[in-house]
Write a protein that binds this ligand. Structure first.
Ligand code: AMP
Length: 275
């Protein structure tokens, strides 16, 4: 059966007759090994695997890279041979008209990524809720690469009783440590080298973390101050669920960083354990 599905109706028809558990992986395409790891996790745990490929306009603000975002459906499909259904709708099919009822992502969405991109998480949760409602998966897989998104999706599913298990999948990195991202395609050779400052800083935070949250923060800040060619948006240690600062008796935290390298905005994070 044709795996590519472009309409919501066909998607719903296909998943309704699917046997066994359903796993969902949502992506914006330009697939790489990071996405593939999510698909592998779904494939290992679910009988039917659905992957969506959709560059969601609602989560881009004017002036962001919506138009430039890499799109290559043929290449993506070649990476999804073992997937049962690939849902790749047009904007018209996905939204029809601008939604009147929207999701308020709440307080977590006002911090960090949400501070720099105030409309971003409302757009993300709108599309995630829609695709979850269409597919009704048993499990949906999200990368820890987008840690704040993972926290918000988990919260939405809990608060709205959406009845799906949200599974977080660890970050996949290149051999030099750079977190894989579709946006890495924008980087020149020099920028790519400069971008390694993010993982370097996160690693120093992790190494300093047994000394406590303040030591981890100091290592993170110091490492980025010494870096060339990166314009830091934020670099801090938070609680992975609330994105608030960690309490003094916390055992673990998440070091998070966002920075511009040339014209490209990159994010990365790493779990840290305190002494
Ligand atoms: P995107 O296509 O960027 O919207 O990403 C789709 C999904 O893949 C999201 O859940 C991301 O967190 C996840 N993802 C992207 N890059 C990575 C990575 N390097 N490692 C793990 N998951 C990733």
């Amino acid at each position: 059966m044709e795996k590519l599905v472009t309409t919501k109706q066909e998607l719903v028809e296909r998943v309704r007759v699917a046997e066994g558990s359903i796993g969902l992986v949502m992506t914006m395409g330009a697939l790489h090994e990071g996405h593939r790891r999510l698909v592998d996790a779904a494939r290992a745990e679910c009988e039917t695997v659905v992957v969506s490929i959709y560059v969601n306009p609602l989560q881009f603000a004017p002036g962001e890279d919506f138009d430039a975002y890499p799109r290559d459906l043929e290449k993506d499909l070649a990476m999804l041979e073992d997937v049962d259904i690939v849902f790749a709708p047009s904007d018209e099919e996905m939204y029809g008209r601008a939604p009147l009822v929207t999701i308020n992502p709440g307080d977590v969405a006002t911090r960090y990524e949400g501070r720099t991109r105030p409309t971003h998480f409302a757009g993300v949760l709108q599309v995630v809720a829609k695709v979850l409602n269409l597919v009704r998966p048993d499990r949906a897989y999200f990368g820890q690469k987008d840690a704040q998104q993972l926290a918000l999706v988990t919260t939405m599913v809990a608060d709205l009783d959406m009845g799906v298990d949200i599974v977080g999948v660890p970050i996949v990195r290149d051999t030099d440590g750079l977190a894989l991202s579709s946006r890495n395609a924008y980087l020149s050779t020099e920028e790519r080298t400069a971008a390694l400052a993010l993982v370097r800083a996160l690693t120093s935070a992790r190494d300093a973390a047994p000394g406590g949250p303040e030591a981890a923060q100091a290592a993170l800040t110091e490492s980025l101050e010494a870096a060339d060619g990166v314009d830091v948006d934020y670099a801090t240690i938070v609680d992975a669920g609330t994105f608030l600062g960690v309490s003094s008796n916390a055992r673990r935290g998440l070091a998070i960083v966002a920075a511009r390298v040339g014209a490209t905005r990159l994010i990365d994070n790493m779990e840290v354990s305190f002494g």
